[in-house]
Design a protein around this ligand. Structure first.
Ligand SMILES: Nc1ncnc2c1ncn2[C@@H]1O[C@H](COP(=O)(O)OP(=O)(O)OP(=O)(O)O)[C@@H](O)[C@H]1O
Ligand SMILES: [Mg+2]
Length: 236
């Protein structure tokens, strides 16, 4: 049984329909509970609704039916500011394409979320940003402009940025989809490390069955419904 104290995200009877005149149903009756510290994969065919689901879990979008709770807060009734403040507190995002700001350094990109809230990051926040970049292996490249970094390095910056502000939940939509196998493995390994070391919850959408098999839980979405939700058995 899921322990409600330890639940970071829960979805009950969640549906999502796009459009007002022409309606497209994308998600139907989704029931998922994610505990703190989980490291889970979301898999499924293209167009099955994985990104739509991740957007709901990350408070980027609201459901048309059902209840989404993040850290005990229900999305229903929140306006855009309310959703944004929930995201700031709980959720870091990593995407297939890193969306780093090209004219800024790696470090500036990582502390940018603070700058948006406070104007300028505090020295404590700068310290945290440097520490995160150090931990993703970019100690010597903090001052480099992100356009001068390799694809794998850019994705490392994106991981550090997602974790800045001590977010307990990181949502990653195809984080290795644009990388070769070696860099993909390293990015995956880094996320796993943060999960183990700091109990950070990760939910990753991946098309790669090999990577999914290295997570602890595989949630499979087909035609907008949960078609499978299985704990991955580990070799003894
Ligand atoms: N804003 C939108 N308006 C209308 N339809 C949308 C919108 N966003 C997504 N859809 C539709 O919802 C369905 C699910 O899209 P979604 O992006 O969630 O799929 P996905 O599983 O992430 O696919 P992929 O693996 O290709 O990224 C698709 O049919 C898509 O066309
Ligand atoms: Mg998608």
């Amino acid at each position: 049984m899921a322990d409600p104290q330890n639940t970071i995200v829960s979805l009950e009877g969640v549906g999502r329909v796009y459009g007002t005149h022409i309606k497209t149903r994308v998600l139907t009756d989704i029931n998922i509970s994610i505990q703190r510290g989980e490291f889970a994969a979301i898999v499924g065919p293209s167009g099955s609704g994985k990104s739509t689901l991740l957007n709901l879990i990350g408070a980027l979008d609201k459901p048309t039916e059902g209840t989404v709770r993040i850290g005990g807060n229900t999305l229903q009734g929140l306006d855009d500011d309310g959703l944004a403040s929930l995201r700031r507190k709980f959720v870091g995002f990593i995407f297939q394409f890193h969306y780093l700001l090209p004219d800024f350094s790696a470090l500036e990109n990582v502390v940018m979320p603070y700058a948006i809230v406070n104007g300028t990051p505090t020295s404590e926040q700068m310290k945290q940003g440097k520490n995160l970049l150090d931990r993703v292996g970019l100690k010597d490249k903090m001052k480099n402009r992100t356009t001068d970094l390799s694809g794998g390095e850019q994705q490392r910056v994106a991981i550090a940025r997602a974790l800045a502000g001590s977010k307990p939940l990181v949502l990653a939509d195809e984080p290795t989809g644009n990388l070769d196998t070696e860099n993909g493995n390293e990015i995956f390994g880094l996320m796993r490390q943060f999960n183990k070391d700091e109990n950070i919850t990760f939910l990753l959408v991946t098309h790669d069955p090999r990577l999914a098999a290295f997570t602890d839980r595989i949630i499979s979405i087909v035609d907008g419904r949960v078609a499978g939700d299985n704990i991955v058995s580990k070799p003894a």
